[in-house]
Design a protein around this ligand. Sequence first.
Ligand SMILES: *Cc1c(COP(=O)(O)O)cnc(C)c1O
Length: 359
Amino acid sequence: MAEIKDIEVIKTTKSRFDPALLENPGFGVLFSDHMCSMDFSGGRWAAPKIVPFAKIEVSPALTVLHYGQAIFEGLKAFRTKDGRVNIFRPEKYHERMLRSCARLCIPPVDYNDFISGLETLLKTDSVWVPSKRGQALYIRPFIFATDEYLGVKVSDTYKFLIITSPVGAYYKEGINPVRLTTPGEYVRAVKGGLGSAKTPANYAASLLPAEEAKKKGFTQVLWLDAIEKKYVEEVGTMNMFFHIGDELATPSLEGSVLPGVTRDSVIHIAKDWGLKVVERKISIDEVFAASNKGILKEAFGTGTAAVISPVGEICHDNACVTINNGQTGPLSRKLYDYITGMQYGDEPDRYGWVHTING
Ligand SMILES: *Cc1c(COP(=O)(O)O)cnc(C)c1O
């Protein structure tokens, strides 16, 4: 167990809080009153502090602006019926943050600093955790290089911030299937590159292909492996699952796929439900063949923001398959209900994944 440290809290004198803001918070546009801030210099992280959410002044020569040495995380806090706040699997997100840090040469942040800073921030901004089902407080920890220097090198100084944003239900009417297309010539990540780290560079690489896909009416891009352009990898914000015959298959993590926490939760839960869950290579041809044979029951993406996102259609090389008649399938629905049930404290915390904060 981590020991929650005493953390300095500098409160804002100008709270922006208004309950009306939580009626329809949107996604990632509204920010709570405070943030957690911690600086690295002289070879060590200073203690985390809670400070008012505010603009930060930076040098135009800040290395992260030029060379992208940065990482981020994304997790959520939920308001339970009895008024407490649940964070879902914070250890797992922190563990991934450490792996991202290692790949980007960023000094690691201790779990104790991470969880103490986060808990204190959530207690300070408790009113910002919305209480309607489907709503949550999205938590965005991130670290960036702050040396002022134009040479390419590992920075000697960093800033770690946690900001939070009340978010509405990801889907207006329950869960709605998305349409995906493979990205033609473009690739997202290659084994040995940055694909398994949660770093802004991966998103920068995905913007143009995503824009082109959106112009053609697709929701997002379904990335294939960068070498053979044959195997399904992920969606860039979500990992992928295919219910084929009696098997629930997901692409294996081989260095170019981001190891999603929701992916890991789904694997555990589906196995406990008696499903045959396999992590393996899945070619796009297999997905199309399974659909033609009538054994592709469901496809869905997994990620913190949407939890489970059913896939209604996949297009590749001028051909398309419709999955489960473009409807949300029973397994997607059941997983969504079960995972959100655990997050809001309505289902028992069978796996010890729920970190509850009182008051
Ligand atoms: C964050 C992310 C995911 C989803 O991971 P979760 O931990 O389930 O939120 C999938 N792919 C990429 C590239 C991501 O950055």
